[in-house]
Design a binder for this molecule. Structure first.
Ligand SMILES: Cc1cc2nc3c(=O)[nH]c(=O)nc-3n(C[C@H](O)[C@H](O)[C@H](O)COP(=O)(O)OP(=O)(O)OC[C@H]3O[C@@H](n4cnc5c(N)ncnc54)[C@H](O)[C@@H]3O)c2cc1C
Length: 367
């Protein structure tokens, strides 16, 4: 069995590590000159989105032999809507770095990868399929899945972000659900050290946002964070992504081609989280290749999380700032902590179950 992995990101490297542990050496093709050769970004792993797993770092090491050191553990989340705020405390998840920094998740995975990575190597899927018995597509977006008519794109999102310098509590993240700042979207501040944080704004490319200028919003948001934190927050690194597709594959595996990571559709539509699912998808593809499970079956819970999260996204699009104020207000205190701390229920699943009839009714009204 000759296996080619396209892409040395989270899912591709997790796949390679798991294959090697089981005695198979894949060849990894990476189009860039090094792992993580992209913008630096602070990201989060929030346990509310990884249920039933509460501590995904522990689970990755104990269950799958993938060892990752986060930048910090999140002990506090401050949530802001237009007129309300909530503070949620407890063990909420982790922050981590992505990109070209030494401690980034992709660099950490590279260190655990015992297979050769061929850099500056952008082979097409067709070329690899001609040479290898199996191809794992881990390219980080749905392009190849689209090309092979295996991808349902649900919407696209435009994102702008930057690394800012300042003085931060690295155990605390901030999120804004305020449609004046980001219509139908969200903003984050994620520290990855005491001195650096990532700020980002993401808005879905809905018809209602057609006249929205992301650069203007960005200016307002940066100003808002500066005044809230009473700091200058100079930017050291900026990025912008236009029309990032959010969608999911119809089939996780077609013949001997495996769609993993965001090429499968591991990024959750609600607020764009996908790191944990991407790593798991790489591990699961390797399990299938090693005869330890069926990829399609193993991916079912991740597929379900995507669908549940899509319901939340569609519901979010029906809300106004008034509705967001109500939600944020409700999350302050008992309910917020209950929702984020509970280990027995999956809040994403429950919320989506309760909201499904409402979304159906709205859809019926608009068609
Ligand atoms: C701005 C932003 C913020 C995010 N924030 C969060 C967050 O806070 N929490 C969270 O959980 N998730 C977050 N996500 C989502 C998360 O980053 C992704 O789900 C995850 O990185 C997907 O992993 P992957 O393996 O599919 O792709 P990646 O890790 O992106 O890896 C893809 C690799 O494939 C390579 N490649 C591409 N095309 C080719 C080709 N043709 N040949 C060879 N190599 C190729 C790329 O160079 C790259 O190295 C965020 C995403 C974005 C864009």
């Amino acid at each position: 069995m000759d296996i080619a992995i396209m892409g040395a990101g989270l899912s591709g490297l997790a796949c390679a590590i798991t294959l090697k542990k089981n005695g198979i050496t894949p060849t990894i093709f990476e189009r860039r000159s090094e792992v993580g050769d992209r913008f630096v970004n602070g990201e989060v792993l929030l346990s509310i989105f990884t249920r039933p797993v509460h501590d995904c770092i522990a689970s990755l090491s104990e269950e799958y032999g993938i060892y990752l050191k986060p930048a910090g553990n999140i002990q506090k989340m401050e949530l802001f809507s237009k007129n309300k705020s909530a503070i949620i405390e407890g063990h909420l998840g982790f922050t981590n770095i992505r990109g070209r920094e030494q401690g980034s998740f992709e660099k950490q995975l590279e260190q655990q990868t015992k297979s050769k990575i061929r850099f500056n190597s952008e082979k097409t899927y067709e070329e690899l399929l001609g040479k290898y018995s199996h191809v794992v597509i881990a390219t980080g977006d749905g392009d190849y899945a689209k090309k092979t008519r295996n991808f349902r794109e649900d919407f696209t999102v435009s994102i702008k972000g930057a690394t800012v310098e300042g003085c931060f509590d690295r155990y605390s993240v901030m999120a804004w659900l305020d449609y004046d700042l980001a219509p139908y979207g969200y903003c984050f501040l994620i520290p990855f050290s005491e001195k650096e944080a990532n700020i980002s704004i993401a808005i879905p490319d809905l018809p209602a946002n057609a006249d929205v200028n992301l650069n203007n919003l960005w200016g307002f948001f940066h100003e808002k964070v500066r005044s809230q934190l009473k700091q200058e927050l100079p930017m050291t690194d900026q990025f912008q992504i236009t029309r990032y597709p959010i969608g999911i594959c119809d089939a996780a595996r077609i013949g001997n081609t495996f769609y993993v990571g965001n090429c499968f559709g591991t990024t959750l539509p609600f607020m764009g989280f996908g790191q944990y699912a991407s790593i798991l998808s790489g591990v699961y593809a390797a399990y299938d290749l090693c005869g330890l499970g069926k990829y399609e079956d193993l991916m079912k819970p991740l597929r379900q999380s995507y669908q549940d999260s899509l319901v939340l996204r569609r519901s979010m699009e029906q809300l106004s700032n008034k509705g967001l104020d109500l939600i944020v207000h409700t999350l302050q205190g008992y309910w917020g902590e209950k929702l984020f701390q509970t280990k027995t229920i999956n809040p994403l699943k429950v919320a989506s179950y309760l909201l499904r009839p409402y979304i159906k009714m709205k859809n019926r009204k608009t068609t």
